[in-house]
Design a protein around this ligand. Structure first.
Ligand SMILES: *Cc1c(COP(=O)(O)O)cnc(C)c1O
Length: 378
């Protein structure tokens, strides 16, 4: 969900999935700071947009972004942090290209709990054997019980998507892999809660959902996993090469890295991942409470145990998906300045994405609107 306001219109048309109405809030802190510095960054006389990625000024920016990230996620020193291009989807290929060769069998275990992990598994099939560790789900509304998973002890890694953005399915636990390398796609819940990085071999996250703007993807990888890359791996996706060159084998997405640095600064100034955790719990339960007490007017199809705190999908109407009513709901929301509430085109309905930058007040505004709409249409 993004909130429209006069201030956001004036300050920028950078439309991350961040939205806010107050000056001390994330998108304003970030966008106003970027606006202020756009023409003359830190008295250098030039813009970050004009900077050479090899300049000492940009090196300071990338190093600062990395150290903020290390601090916020408590990243152990034996992990490398990279800022790459190609998005989350690029990592669907990079992960198997770099890691499936860790063991001779060239096979990997995948948990397929939504659109994004399904895409990742399909991509990995190009490079090795993929074992989906549970029976195929007929709808992406739950996480199969871990006791039913058939993990392969000789898999090179176990892959899962920590938060399925389209279907609103989020893991509230870190899968136990019995020593096999764990890979997590955190694109849509990165920095929304604390995470024990040491349980993972690799974490990746595209910045544009919860940590910045499009163009940069963070990869955090344990250093002993480097160097097993398949020979057909494109060099820009080779973790070992990029890690050794501090993400600068080729030109990195400089401006996106700079923006991410500002977002991290805001997170740090606002209590870090623990504070985000608390806030996101509060925000999401406010909306789920309305859904659950609406007597079936609002319906969220996802199992309560794995309902996402970031992406809340729901349908409207007694028949569980009245499109005309949903259209009316979206139009009414838009009149109140709430946009980007439409469900993903593949599932329809409504989806409230309550990323870090969505404030408690904005969530309250959505909650009030939902209550009012319910009262008027019941
Ligand atoms: C959006 C998203 C992706 C894909 O990101 P792109 O940057 O568009 O390639 C991958 N995984 C998850 C969980 C996402 O939400």
């Amino acid at each position: 969900m993004v909130f429209k306001s006069e201030k956001t219109k004036q300050s920028s048309h950078l439309s991350f999935y961040l939205g806010s109405v107050k000056l001390d809030q994330c998108s304003h802190f970030v966008m106003l700071q970027a606006q202020k510095e756009l023409l003359n960054y830190n008295s250098t006389g030039i813009s970050v947009l004009e900077m050479s990625h090899r300049s000492s000024d940009f090196l300071k920016i990338i190093n600062k972004t990395e150290s903020l990230l290390r601090e916020l996620l408590n990243i152990p020193t034996n992990y490398k942090v990279m800022f790459l291009q190609g998005g989350g989807s690029g990592q669907f290929s990079a992960v198997p290209l770099n890691l499936i060769g860790l063991k001779e069998d060239r096979c990997a275990d995948y948990l397929v709990t939504g659109t994004w992990s399904a895409k990742a598994a399909k991509e990995a099939e190009k490079y090795g054997k993929v074992n989906v560790v549970h029976p195929k789900l007929d709808s992406y509304t739950k996480i199969p019980d871990p006791s039913s998973w058939t993990l392969n002890p000789s898999a090179s890694y176990v892959y899962y998507c920590c938060n399925e953005t389209v279907h609103g399915v989020e893991y509230n636990f870190v899968p136990e892999t019995n020593g096999v390398v764990l890979v997590g796609d955190m694109s849509s819940n990165f920095l929304s809660r604390p995470v024990d990085v040491s349980k993972f071999g690799l974490i990746f996250a595209g910045a544009q959902k919860n940590a910045g703007c499009a163009g940069v993807t963070v990869v955090i990888v344990r250093d002993d996993l480097l160097g097993h890359t398949l020979k057909e791996c494109p060099i820009v996706l080779d973790y070992k090469v990029q890690a050794e060159m501090n993400s600068m084998y080729n030109t990195p997405p400089c401006f996106s890295i700079y923006i991410m640095g500002l977002v991290l600064e805001w997170i740090k100034n606002n209590g870090g991942s623990t504070a985000m955790d608390k806030l996101n719990k509060q925000k999401s339960s406010m909306i789920y409470d309305i859904i659950d007490s609406s007597d079936g007017f609002y319906v969220c199809p996802v199992d309560t145990a794995c309902r996402s705190r970031m992406n809340l999908p729901f349908r409207l109407g007694k028949r569980g998906g009245d499109e005309a009513l949903e259209k009316e709901f979206l139009e009414g929301a838009s009149k109140r300045g709430m946009i980007s509430l439409k469900g993903h085109r593949s599932v329809g309905g409504i989806r409230a994405s309550l990323y870090n930058a969505v404030t408690l007040e904005e969530t309250e505004a959505l909650a009030d609107y939902m209550k009012e709409f319910l009262k008027d249409h019941k």
